[in-house]
Design a protein around this ligand. Structure first.
Ligand SMILES: *[C@@H]1O[C@H](CO)[C@@H](O)[C@H](O)[C@H]1NC(C)=O
Length: 205
């Protein structure tokens, strides 16, 4: 009897694990199958949002870029990070492209200021190459509220996705910094026209 119930229990556990991994797989952007992405655990899956715990990723970041255009600032930052990854850095080292590229938007006296970042591959995290104006940011393990969306991010649709995540988060007990800043994570290069994956992120307070 005892062994039968142990067996049933282990079946239940493995069904649980399978469905757990399905859920995570379902949300993993396609580009993370080809490129390295920061790893995380989903700690809460709600209606219209997901809360992830990131495992201390390392980023290389531009200085704050002042531009009224989200797309303008992101393109500007991305060009700098792309040339960094292509070897324009103090180690003359090519760095593998990763995903996502993030744009952190914050508001100083109403003016947007945008920091664009590139996830540093694990292999380079101990001793990341540096470059003029760029800085290394090491996150401690961090909670992030996330909403995924498709298509191209534009100056006219970005606010809608931010507002939508903000509205969904009424359902969680955790608190996030959406008053001061938000992050847009883009997983695909500009030439990919279909099945694009983007996310709005709010960081935990
Ligand atoms: C700001 O955005 C505009 C329009 O997209 C672009 O032409 C310009 O180079 C950008 N300037 C900076 C400093 O990012």
């Amino acid at each position: 009897m005892a062994s039968t119930s142990t067996f049933q229990f282990s079946i239940l556990i493995s069904l649980f694990l399978v469905s757990f991994f399905w859920i995570v797989e379902g949300n993993l952007p396609q580009s993370c199958k080809q490129n390295e992405c920061p790893t995380y655990t989903v700690v809460e899956a709600g209606n219209g949002y997901e809360i992830r715990k990131y495992d201390s990723p390392v980023w290389i970041s531009t200085p704050p870029i002042q531009n009224k255009s989200f797309v303008g600032a992101t393109t500007n930052g991305f060009i700098r990070l792309f040339s960094y990854a292509r070897g324009k850095n103090n180690q003359n080292k090519q760095i593998k492209l990763t995903a996502p590229v993030t744009s952190e938007v914050s508001f100083n006296g109403g003016k947007p200021s945008i920091v664009v970042s590139f996830f540093v591959p694990l292999a380079n995290q101990n001793n990341p190459a540096l470059a003029n104006g760029l800085s290394v940011k090491r996150w401690k393990s961090k909670f992030v509220a996330v909403k995924q969306f498709g298509g191209f991010v534009t100056d006219s649709n970005v606010g809608r996705y931010v507002a939508s995540l903000k509205a969904s988060l009424g359902a969680t007990k955790r608190s996030f910094t959406f008053g001061k800043s938000f992050i847009i994570a883009q997983y695909d290069p500009p030439f990919k026209l279909t099945d694009r994956v983007n996310e709005v992120w709010f960081l935990s307070q």
